[in-house]
Ligand binder design. Structure first.
Ligand code: NAD
Length: 513
């Protein structure tokens, strides 16, 4: 069977096996339990890493803390130059890393390449930003005084990431944190450890080539227990965590308990509103890609289609006919649209969700099921399914991380659709399909979508690097990537300077000695 060049990709990325898993740069050491990474594509073992022990972790933290002292004194544009070189290395390794992402996570090779492209894009963004870490100047109320603010780095930034974007989410955080002068400790998902080691190897090469100390970029590995070492650690002023709402609630509490800062990027339950004025062809493309892309395992995946009753049957039929054309299979084969989901636990959750929607009174219009036979040996390939449902169903209120799309019907004005769209606990991404200006503006207004991302005439997934990314409510409130998201990686300091020989007090207070 075709191996799609996986062996050579692993070699190019310097993946050696076993001893990797904890690293302060090019210096690999690991003494914990073995984590095996199996591919959902073919069920084969990709490699093994060792988990980070408490002792390993302390070495990492000491090295990181000491590297911060050097890194923070380097001018930000020079730090930007290092990030520029990192972006160049990613360009060189784009195919190999994209292939590994596809093979270890299961998304299509095209999406794997897209994920590496996001890493490159955030590097470019960060390079420009390294000359724009602006603060404001203010007019002092006192004569002969100057007041301004500046941003200083925070220190060691902890990054906890999810399996579904095994490399890009790290880069979103790390590229910004680095230009801000922070050093990073990253714990990737235990489901995608090889992606973590591959990224660490690429970054370590750049730091070493510039004679920078070990510890600016650090990798730790393991499950939630290793993540907890960071959430409990007062040496880490900011923990950026991406994953489920369940995880985020624990991390938020732990970090807040020591008055640290957390940046949370959690689950979504994203909807597209389809109004009578929608372009049906665009709606179908947006909805189908949004629902089945990455096999429904994006935080921004389309989970709900809220369709006006006047066009409900038309949209439903068009979406069903598009689903009938989907090819499910090896994601490295560019002829396939949908790859596997991450593991058998995820398959079980998918099956349970389909059972549940039927039990709650839903009507399956595109059957689901687990695929068997040649090419599907991993047991992780499932059929994208569609169910007609009600927004109030418990299962519809819940984020199932699999390709299940719910069709919901609304009548009357767009405000009724918005009530449904906002009537869930999550608030990540949202979209409306309409050519009606009033509907579009209402959707974007204060009475409109309550999500961090609100799109008109595009789907819910596929955000660009230039905007701030994140969502409200149970999505966690964090913002990453573009706009002024960099500010969360820095501490703000207000400075007042007196250049007179007098000492006037603020608020006109007199204090005569
Ligand atoms: P998960 O919550 O199971 O795990 C995410 C990470 O958190 C892993 O590295 C895990 O080891 C770690 N973790 C879990 N419990 C922890 C704890 N108590 N303390 C410290 N670390 C802990 O999520 P997953 O299954 O890998 O990813 C899927 C979820 O991620 C979905 O809900 C998806 O919507 C969400 N997600 C959100 C975004 C976003 O930007 N909003 C992006 C990607 C994924």
């Amino acid at each position: 069977a075709a191996s799609f060049g996986i062996e050579s990709a692993l070699k190019e990325l310097g993946l050696k096996d076993i001893n990797e898993g904890t690293s302060t740069g090019s210096n690999n050491f690991s003494n914990g339990d073995i984590i095996e990474s199996y591919s959902p594509v073919d069920g084969k073992l990709i490699g093994k890493v060792k988990a980070t022990t408490k002792e390993d972790y302390n070495i990492v933290m000491q090295t990181a803390t000491s590297a911060f002292k050097t890194w923070r004194t380097m001018p930000a544009p020079q730090r930007g130059e290092i990030v520029r070189q990192f972006g160049e290395k990613l360009r060189e390794k784009k195919e190999a890393l994209g292939k590994l992402v596809s093979y270890e996570m299961g998304k299509s090779y095209q999406e794997g390449l897209g994920e590496v492209q996001e890493m490159i894009d955030i590097c470019d963004f960060a390079v420009g930003l390294s000359r724009q870490l602006h603060g404001l100047t203010m007019h002092s109320e006192r004569p002969g005084h100057r007041m301004y603010e500046q941003y200083h780095p925070l220190g060691v930034v902890g990054i906890i990431s999810a399996f579904n974007f095994p490399v890009a989410v790290w880069a979103w955080n790390t590229a910004l944190a680095w230009i801000c002068g922070d050093v990073c400790v990253w714990k990737p998902s235990e489901k995608t450890p090889m992606c973590g080691v591959a990224c660490q190897n690429i970054a370590a090469e750049v730091f070493a080539a510039n004679n920078l100390p070990e510890g600016i970029c650090n990798l730790i590995n393991g499950d939630y227990k290793v993540g907890e070492m960071m959430t409990k650690d007062t040496r880490i002023p900011l923990v950026s965590a991406t994953g489920s709402t369940r995880m985020g609630k624990i991390v938020a509490k732990e970090v807040a308990g020591r008055l640290g800062k957390s940046l949370l990027e959690l689950g979504g339950n994203n909807a597209i509103i389809v109004t009578p004025d929608a372009d049906i062809k665009m709606t179908v493309i947006g909805a189908v890609f949004g629902a089945v892309g990455t096999a429904g395992q994006r935080c921004t995946s389309t989970r709900r289609l809220i369709i006006h009753d006047s066009i409900y049957d038309k949209v439903k039929d068009a979406v069903i006919s598009a689903y009938n054309q989907l090819r499910i299979g090896n994601p490295l084969d560019e002829n396939n649209h949908v790859g596997p989901i991450i593991d058998k636990d995820a398959v079980k959750m998918y099956q349970d969700a389909l059972d549940k929607v039927v039990k709650e009174g839903g009507n399956i219009v595109v059957e689901g099921g687990v695929l068997e036979g040649e090419g599907y040996e991993s047991g992780c390939y499932v059929k994208p399914a569609i169910a007609e449902a009600k927004n109030s169903f418990e299962i519809v209120q819940h984020e199932t991380f699999a390709p299940i799309l719910y069709l919901l019907k609304y009548s009357g004005g767009v405000e009724n659709a918005l009530e449904m769209q906002n009537g869930v606990a999550q608030g990540l991404s949202s979209a409306i399909m309409t050519n009606n200006l009033r509907e579009a503006e209402h959707f974007l207004s204060v009475q409109g979508s309550d999500c961090g991302i609100a799109n008109v005439n595009i789907g819910t997934s596929g955000a660009e690097i230039g905007g701030a990314f994140g969502g409200e409510k149970e999505t966690g409130g964090g913002r990453e990537s573009g706009s002024d998201a960099w500010k969360v990686y820095m501490r703000r300091q207000t400075n007042t300077i007196n250049y007179t020989t007098e000492l006037p007090l603020a608020q006109g207070i007199k204090f005569n000695l």
